[in-house]
Design a protein around this ligand. Sequence first.
Ligand SMILES: [Zn+2]
Length: 430
Amino acid sequence: MSRLRITGARLLDPASGRDELGSLDVEDGRIVALGREPAGVPDEVFEANGLWLAPGFVDLHTHLREPGQEYKEDIETGTRSAAAGGYTLVCCMANTDPVNDSPAVTEYIQRRARESGNVRVRVIAAATQGLRGEIMSEMAGLAAAGAVAFSDDGSVIMDAAVMRRVLEYARGIGRPVIAHCEDLNLRGAGVVHEGSHATCCGLPGSPGEAETVMVARDLELARLTGAHLHVAHVSAARSVELIREAKTAGVRVTAEVTPHHLFLTDEEIRGYDTNKKMAPPLRTARDREALRQGLADGTLDCIATDHAPHAHYEKDVEFVAAPFGVVGLETSLSIGLELVREDVLSPLALIDRMSTRPARVFGVGGGTLEPGAPADLVLVDPERSYKVEVSGLESRSKNSAFLGRELSGRALRTWVGGRIAFALDEEGSR
Ligand SMILES: [Zn+2]
């Protein structure tokens, strides 16, 4: 097998703290050497011209929609979208049709991912049967079939006793439970954040407390059971405080935040654009600031996209009637780089929150440039600017909250196991 050397790159490896100009060698799908002057003779040389070379991104929260909703997305298009965003591994949620609550569905998704996936896919299985929040799924069997975590994301386990049992079983089989924290009674008919913008727009609001009361409950249950709780898409300032306190107290909790919650506020809803409708909703500038601080100090472990494709005709309806969710795999790097430009994160910290930490949170591998690791890599041009347009998105669905915006920084090339999974051509089209 030939040896590829990527030379003249800014190597960013949070796992070792490395941030230096150098080269990286790939052979047989693995990283075999790196540093200023790696030993060995390459067969092929790729000149990186000072661009960033980092471990490929790992998304803990992707909706691939297959099986059952292929008109929104399928494993082929979803993983193509991931590769275009610099991701080399995505974890897919269980709210498919049928729901991924049986080993047969888990195995089906894994087989389809091997056949048509452009990046690695790990499977998150349902915590309860049919996502109904009543009876636990066959968790041990699902874990044996390959499930890396459990979640009813897309719906909520409202019954605390059921959540307790789920956490107890998950602890027993060594898997995290991902909680979509929204009290559905408190949310009621709310479709946006409860506040002056909701009032002005005449849209029903959902308070931040719809999230925080559930975060508080689940932190208590994690403490009680000793299980690993992973809080999905944190949106409220108070949630960050609660998670910070719980971490200090030794509760096994990790958490993620989405690019849209890090970048946008509820002011966005004034245009009634249904591509700004997601659950949890965009909140206030104060909340956004707390999320940024939480990500910077490590209270929030990682950036996760909550990539949630919906067809154009589904979103092209009245705001209250549209489904919740936005796509995110292809724009998250640019949003992350915005945090670097604003001095919230260093370049190394950004790669840590998008690759190294998420890989560790679910123990899915990757997230490092160390020799011996799979050559899952992304080449980043932090300055490359582009306009987010429907025609530029690889996802089958185009419901991006950032359509029409000029963003800066993108993945130029993505390698999965040493194979090129994505390459942006010279003109910037693909
Ligand atoms: Zn969710």
